[in-house]
Design a protein around this ligand. Structure first.
Ligand code: SF4
Length: 312
């Protein structure tokens, strides 16, 4: 049986995060060109019990019954390898976690399903919701986020505004900018207006960390993000690289060392590392990001594949 609990993994935004993956790999409403997990074969917007509550409950109960539950974690994050709100078992999972732990619970979401009042009701008990919004114009939404049929950015923004009215917890809205796509002045001004209307507690500006599904997903500069930040209001920030954030979990250090040792022997793709070390794709991605931020590895493209190797 696949494990749907992973980590804790180092997270730029949440410190040490224990992940709960509510959907099978790349079950998502979007197919973002910058997705670090690769391509979504077929974006969907139909909710279903993609992983059954019975399966998730068993794993959650075993995790909290074991010694590993005593490890220090900052957040339990409903996230993983696709869009977690697609799973109709979401409210049962939240209830079960509340019964077992006092650790704050966060939801990492692309925000596409909040136009559905039922989805908004299901998340009211969370401590923190981290939705993303990269574009306002419908044309760019299709270029950058490549949605499932029937989704529109207008509908997503309305859903996020409704969520803000109904939900009293923290909302941290992520805006990811890609060079040459959503970094033009007209789109930035539309994003500034949309963020002001949504009224999140924080706006978090981000850019591509490493190439995703397509080579055209290129980063904007940190200077550009710094210039933009004040336009998004007092609560706006730039997501800090890992070197500025805390990361002191012995299990993460061990996995990081194993990945480094593997890359010292030969360059590998993220897929190679996942298969060789038996890790979840999202765990590999997080640790590779951390090592890239620290300058300990570099990435190179070879025959259309992205390889990682140590810098020495
Ligand atoms: S970045 Fe997130 S929302 Fe976009 S395709 Fe990947 S998993 Fe889905």
């Amino acid at each position: 049986m696949a494990s749907h609990i992973f980590g804790p993994v180092p997270s730029r935004r949440l410190g040490l995060s224990l992940g709960i993956d509510l959907v099978p790999f790349k079950t998502c409403t979007l197919d973002c060109i910058y997705c670090e997990l690769g391509k979504t074969a077929s974006p969907v917007n139909q909710r279903a019990e993609y992983v059954t509550f019975a399966e998730l409950e068993q794993e959650i109960n075993s995790f909290f019954a074991a010694d590993s539950a005593a490890r220090k974690i900052d957040y339990i994050t409903l996230s993983g390898s696709g869009e977690p709100t697609l799973n109709t078992a979401l409210p049962q999972v939240i209830e079960q976690l509340r019964r077992l732990t006092k650790t704050p619970i966060a939801l990492l979401t692309n925000g596409t399903l909040f136009s559905d009042p039922a989805v908004r009701r299901e998340v009211l008990d969370l401590d923190l919701i981290l939705p993303s919004l990269d574009v306002v114009s419908e044309e760019l939404f299709h270029t950058l986020n490549r949605p499932a049929a029937g989704l529109s950015s207008h509908q997503i923004i309305s859903g996020l505004k409704a969520l803000r009215r109904e939900y009293s917890g923290q909302i941290w809205l992520e805006i990811l900018l890609c060079q040459g796509i959503n970094d033009n002045e007209e789109e930035i001004e539309r994003l500034v207006q949309a963020a002001a209307a949504i009224r999140p507690d924080r706006v978090q500006l981000n850019t591509v960390v490493r190439p995703g599904a397509l080579a055209q997903a290129q980063a904007v500069t940190q200077d550009f993000l710094k210039e933009l930040r004040p336009r998004f209001g007092a609560g706006a920030e730039i997501i800090a690289p890992f070197k500025q954030s805390r990361q002191n979990d012995s299990a993460i250090e061990k996995t990081t060392e194993t990945i480094l040792a593997t890359l010292k022997r030969r360059p590998c793709t993220a897929e190679d590392l996942k298969n060789a070390l038996g890790l979840k794709p999202v765990e590999v991605v997080k640790i590779l990001d951390l090592l890239l931020d620290k300058g300990e590895i570099k990435s190179l493209e070879h025959s259309g594949e992205r390889y990682f190797q140590t810098n020495d």
